[in-house]
Ligand binder design. Structure first.
Ligand code: NAD
Length: 256
């Protein structure tokens, strides 16, 4: 049966774990050739091994989304392997615990903690957009990009001011890129996951599970594959009239 991404070349950042890995695998299942990028070499090697063992075609590119030379290299290597780039999933990100102590309100957050969060979650997405779009324009236009925002890109979350700021920023970048490149046939959307069970959220979920689940109408955490399916669809030509949108996948959290 034909896949909905047949013939397309894709780049996934943060592809060594969680949502990025599940999406890279789902893209390959739908026929895309996938460049899997992450800081973690071990992570990308494992994702690529899973894809290639299932008969898919993928390559691993280690890189840091906060470094412009690395991001330029991710795009260049994708193009040298697959000839072009049709889809990109800008998903690499960090949560509060990776950049500083948890539980801090805005007056307690330090500038280095906030700067680290901004550099990965916001500058990282900016740099990916910059280099991916330049390549898509060079190819003559066309393409689909999905950025990972969050429910924290739509509502505030106490003690996550820096994370919330970055994810609202990702929504803003998404809308602006969608407008700027609509005439070039490049669609840019974001996915806004709710609470998803991944290595990123494990500690928080272990500590605050009951409190969090009480706010999720379906009364469970999501799994990365449930985000992957939405991203694959947004990257496909089936989503041809969708651009500039925030696609919420959150078990009803933001509706409540
Ligand atoms: P994860 O920790 O499993 O995966 C994130 C990946 O990003 C890791 O493999 C990590 O190595 C990589 N990464 C971190 N910094 C990087 C950098 N500078 N350069 C390149 N790669 C880097 O977490 P996840 O839950 O799969 O998160 C993926 C995305 O989803 C993030 O943007 C996160 O903010 C977002 N998100 C997650 C949830 C959730 O509940 N898990 C909810 C909403 C949004």
């Amino acid at each position: 049966m034909a896949g909905i991404l047949d013939g397309k070349a894709a780049l996934v950042t943060g592809g060594g774990s969680g949502i990025g890995r599940a999406t890279a695998i789902a893209m390959a299942r739908e026929g895309a050739r996938v460049a899997v990028s992450d800081l973690s070499k071990e992570g990308i090697d494992e994702t690529v091994a899973l894809i290639n063992a299932a008969g898919g075609q993928s390559i691993a590119i280690q890189g840091d989304v906060t470094e412009k030379a690395d991001v330029a290299n991710m795009v260049a290597r994708t193009v040298s392997a697959f000839g072009r780039i049709d889809c990109a999933f800008n998903n690499a990100g960090v949560a509060g615990r990776s950049v500083g102590p948890p539980g801090q309100r805005i007056h307690e957050l330090t500038q280095p903690t906030v700067a680290k969060m901004f550099s990965v979650n916001l500058m990282g997405v900016f740099l990916c957009l910059k280099y991916e779009i330049a390549q898509m324009l060079k190819q003559g236009g066309g393409g689909a990009i999905v950025n990972t925002a969050s429910i924290a890109g739509l509502v505030g979350l106490a003690t996550s001011g820096h994370y919330v700021a970055t994810k609202h920023g990702v929504v803003g970048l998404t809308k602006t890129a969608a407008i700027e490149y609509a005439q070039d046939g490049i669609r840019v959307n974001c996915v806004n996951p709710g609470y998803i069970k991944t290595p990123m959220t494990k500690e928080t979920m272990d500590e605050r599970y009951d409190e969090i689940i009480a706010k999720v109408p379906v009364r469970r955490l999501g799994v990365p594959e449930e985000i992957a399916e939405a991203v694959v669809w947004m990257c496909s030509d089936k989503a041809s009239f969708m651009t500039g949108a925030s696609h919420v996948v959150d078990g009803g959290y933001s509706a409540a």
